[in-house]
Every structure is written in C-alpha cells, then in structure tokens.
Design a binder for this molecule. Structure first.
Ligand SMILES: Cc1ncc(COP(=O)(O)O)c(C=O)c1O
Length: 435
C-alpha cells in the first residue's frame, strides 16, 4: 500500500506526462465553496468524481447555446437554413461524432429524445413477442427506468400476443455472495430459455456496480440463438470503447448527460444496425422527422422511412439542446476515444492500487480492466451515507446509492491522477476518523 506522500509523488509524475491533461482546462470545475455538500468559503476546485452521473460543462458550451439564441433573435424562421449551424439539418451535423463514440456507421446513429423514450421507441420495433417467444432478458440489478420500460412493454403486448405477463422477464442475478454477473452464467441462463426469449436488453456498463459486460461475446451468442439484442449504453457511451456495428448489435440507446458532458436532461442517442435500415415493413411508431427528407415536405400522408437511424426520429430537432451535444462531440473527436480509454485504464489502475486494500472498503467493481470502465463502486464496513457526507465536506464530490454504495468515476477528460490521490487520502482520513 502506497503512503500518501508516495501516492502524491506518483500522481504528479503521471499527470506531468499525461497527453490529455490540457483538456481539463476546457471544463468548468465546480468550486468547493459553491457546492452545498462542501466546506463553505474554500475557493479551490472540487475533486469532481461524478462524471458518471452528470458530466461537467465544457467552457465552449455557453457560447454555443448563446449563438443559437442570437441566431433565433436575428433570423427568426430563416435560422433553419441560415443560422451559423443551420437548424433544419442540425441533428445531421452530429452523426460523425456519435458514430465515433459508439463505433457505428454514420447512418446507424441519431440524436433524439431522451434515453427511456428511445428505449421504448426501439422496442416498439424490436420487441415483437409471439405466444411462444416473448421473454425479455434483463439484469436483476438494471437501472429502475429500464426495468419499468421492459415490464411495461411485456404488459403492453401480453394480452394481444396471448402470453402470461408474469412470465415475461428473465432477470439475471449474480451468484450468492457475489455482486457482479459472470459471462458464462449469463450465456447459460439465455441458453436455458432460448426458445422463449424474444429480446435481450442489458446495460453495457452497470450503473451500480460499474461492471462492464462482454458486449461482443454476449451479442454474438444471443444472435446465434435467434434473439434480438439491444443495449442501454448510459454508462458505457463516452466511457469505454464500443464497436456496435462490428459486434452486430441490433439496437442501442444512451444519454449524453453523463460521460458525454452535454448537460442535465441532454438529448439522447440511438443506434440501429445497418441491416435493419430502410425496412419499410418493420413496425414502428413514426413521425415526420423519420420520413425520407427527400419527400418530407411534400406533406404526403404515407410514411416513407429514411434508410438511416433517423427513421426512428419523430420530431424536428431541439436546436438549443443539441448545441451542447455538438460541442461535446467536438471535444471527443479531438481527444479520441482510443486515447481517452488508454488514460482511463491508467487512472483506474492507479485508483485500484490506492483503494483496494484500504481497511473498511470493498471495491465492488471488477478488477479486470476489460470488465470495467472508469467507475469504482465501493461498499463499506460502516455507514456509507456518513462516509459520503464526510467526503463531500472535504470537497470530494462522489455519489451515494442506497443502501450502501458510493460511486466514484475518475473520467479521463477532466480528472487527474492528482484527483485520484486526493480521493484516496481523504477517504483514509474519513474512515480513520469514523472508527
Ligand atoms: C442505465 C440507465 N438507464 C436509464 C436511465 C434513465 O435515463 P433518462 O432519464 O434519460 O430516460 C438512466 C439515467 O441515469 C440510466 O443510468
């Protein structure tokens, strides 16, 4: 176990040779004195470790949003074609950036709505249960909104398709005494009920444990059993490298307010694999923005889906809300997911060395690099809520999930090795004082 002085010296060394270190200056880092949970009157920067919950604001975002307001003020309706970033095709401007984040072709991605809405829109097309094949596989520990979404889809279809809604979900649970799922156990559970499963919908990275699933292996296995596969990438997009196209995933949805730094309630993202694009026979809930733009303004009553993921979009794009997404994707395009993930691995290795083995702390997140992103989930042998409060009072912003988990996520865009060393030091002090 490194001493505080050794950790500090090591952090300085690692920060000094971090090629991504300059990106931190592009973000607004909250000040200790401004954050309610922290010590009042301290003007220093917080150690902000909740990019897995709400990413920080890039400094360029304010000007980008104001530009849209100025264009609206100056141009009125003509902003649709003459704004600095013309509004009519504003979602199209994001395609390359989105494709980079999730490993897709540009036509396979679209920015629209928010996450749960997109999951429902995609399930409207991809969950097509029959009397015999109707089950949805989900993690027992899925984010509640996902559980509600799949349960309500099951109930929505059950009577019409003639199956028992009570039997509609297959919930994947870790083994007794374990916190995370093992890939062979996931595959075995799917195989056991393969003929009655219509859809598998898992998260790429679990929100609570930080476990990253082997999306490639699971997707290949599930598809080989004739099951449709969709992913909730809320905690994976912008956090880990993804290759949705090559892995053959059917669909995915994610948000942009966590690792993608586009602000509270930011517009979400969706992916539909190329093989499903342009299929006019596919059932969907349609709106005019999913219609082929070549014929959209003929105002005809029959829907003609454009051969892009945009076919699932319903409404014209929310321009003020897309500006922060555009700024964020620009930063990711410059930094690149490959470099960010390389730094993320180094940050998590460093964090692991400092956190695993601290007395009273149990790291829930898997140790294996391939099985996690940048989030660490910690359990304690004493009251986690009080640990969380004490961290906040010392200017370390972490997040607490009932009943006993504290999550910390050193993100490679704006967190430093120094932040991780500070977290470890404060945590040891806090636990020492609580004994
Ligand atoms: C894994 C996961 N799914 C779904 C949601 C819900 O997202 P939204 O409120 O954007 O629909 C969240 C929000 O944090 C999440 O983490």
């Amino acid at each position: 176990m490194m001493t505080a002085a050794q950790a500090d010296a090591r952090a300085k060394e690692l920060d000094a040779r971090d090629p991504l270190a300059p990106y931190r200056a592009e973000f607004c880092i909250p000040r200790v004195g401004d954050v309610a949970s922290s010590r009042r009157g301290d003007a220093g920067e917080c150690v902000y470790l909740v990019g897995n919950s709400l990413g920080l604001m890039p400094k360029a975002t304010r000007a980008a949003v104001l530009q849209e307001l100025d264009d609206w003020a100056r141009l009125g309706v003509e902003g649709h074609f003459h704004a600095q970033h013309p509004w009519y095709p504003s979602h199209e401007e994001l395609r390359a950036g989105l494709a980079h984040i999730v490993g897709a072709q540009e036509k396979e991605v679209v920015a629209m709505n928010s996450l749960t809405t997109n999951l429902h829109l995609l399930m409207a097309s991809f969950y097509r249960p029959t009397r015999g094949r109707f089950k949805i596989v989900i993690e027992d520990g899925a984010f509640p909104s996902d559980s509600y979404a799949v349960q309500s889809q099951v109930e929505w279809h059950a009577r019409h398709a003639g199956f028992d809604p009570g039997a509609g979900l297959v919930r994947l649970r870790p083994r007794d005494g374990e916190s995370t799922l093992r890939t062979p156990d996931i595959l075995e559970a799917i195989d056991r009920e393969k003929d009655s499963i219509a859809l598998l919908m898992l998260s790429g990275v679990n929100y609570l444990t930080g476990q990253r699933f082997d999306m490639e292996a699971i997707t290949a296995f599930v598809r080989s059993r004739g099951i449709v596969v969709g992913w909730d990438l809320a905690h994976a997009a912008g956090n880990v490298e993804l290759a949705l196209h090559d892995w053959g995933c059917d669909f995915a949805a994610w948000c942009h307010y966590k690792y993608l730094n586009s602000g509270p309630g930011a517009v979400g993202g969706a992916f539909v694999h190329e093989r499903h694009l342009g299929d006019a026979t596919m059932p969907r809930l349609a709106g005019w923005w999913g219609n082929d733009p070549a014929t959209r303004f003929r105002m005809e009553p029959t829907f003609v889906p454009v051969a892009r993921a945009d076919a699932w979009a319903l409404s014209n794009p929310p321009v003020l809300a897309l500006a922060p997404v555009r700024v964020s994707l620009g930063i990711f395009a410059r930094a690149t997911m490959a470099s960010l993930c390389a730094k993320s691995r180094a940050l998590t290795e460093f964090a692991d060395a400092l956190l695993r083995g601290v007395e009273g702390v149990k790291v829930v997140t898997p140790e294996e690099a391939a099985a996690r992103g940048c989030q660490f989930s910690l359990r304690f042998d004493r009251e986690a809520r009080r640990v969380h409060e004490a961290l906040g009072a010392a200017g370390v912003v972490a997040d607490f999930r009932e009943p006993d988990v504290i999550r910390v996520a050193p993100v490679p865009l704006y967190n430093s090795f120094g932040d991780v060393a500070r977290l470890a030091l404060v945590l040891r002090d806090v636990l020492g004082a609580m004994q």
